[in-house]
Design a protein around this ligand. Structure first.
Ligand SMILES: [Fe+2]
Length: 149
């Protein structure tokens, strides 16, 4: 597999570990804990520069792929929309942190977000990355690398 794709995959692996930790904190919240701050702290890690750069890098690859004759799966088309949605959800979660004390609402919203995120990573790893690996030319990879974050 292409080395840039491997880098994206390694990032996903790190995120999956964070999501496991977030799930554990959610479980505690549903079992009586009222302290949401560790959760929000964990979530911040999913909305930082690394995350933004990761999405930008994926978009470089996605746009290059659209320029090939590869058959484009609907899930690959949805990736751009997903990336935009995650930005929006990040803002909503931040707002939630400031406006509600209701742990059930917070837990449900975060749960929904990480389910979407997991599903998104799954589509990237099982559909998007293999197609990109198969179809992109060496020249395209070089051009992507030049713009890589
Ligand atoms: Fe990704």
């Amino acid at each position: 597999m292409n080395v840039l794709l491997k880098e994206l995959q390694a990032y996903h692996h790190e995120v999956a570990i964070k999501i496991t930790q977030i799930n554990e904190l959610l479980r505690q919240l549903r079992h009586g804990s009222n302290d949401c701050s560790p959760l929000f702290k964990m979530l911040e890690a999913l909305h930082g520069d690394a995350e933004r750069h990761h999405h930008e890098n994926e978009e470089l690859i996605r746009l290059a792929l659209l320029a090939t004759d590869a058959p484009i799966h609907q899930r690959v088309k949805d990736i751009e929309r997903d990336h935009q949605a995650f930005g929006r959800i990040a803002g909503q979660l931040k707002m939630l942190e400031d406006t509600t004390q209701e742990t059930r609402v917070i837990a449900d919203t975060i749960d929904d977000f990480i389910k979407k995120y997991y599903d998104h990573m799954d589509a990237e790893e099982n559909i998007f990355f293999p197609v990109a690996d198969k179809w992109l030319s060496d020249n395209q990879w070089q051009e992507i690398k030049r713009q890589w974050h």
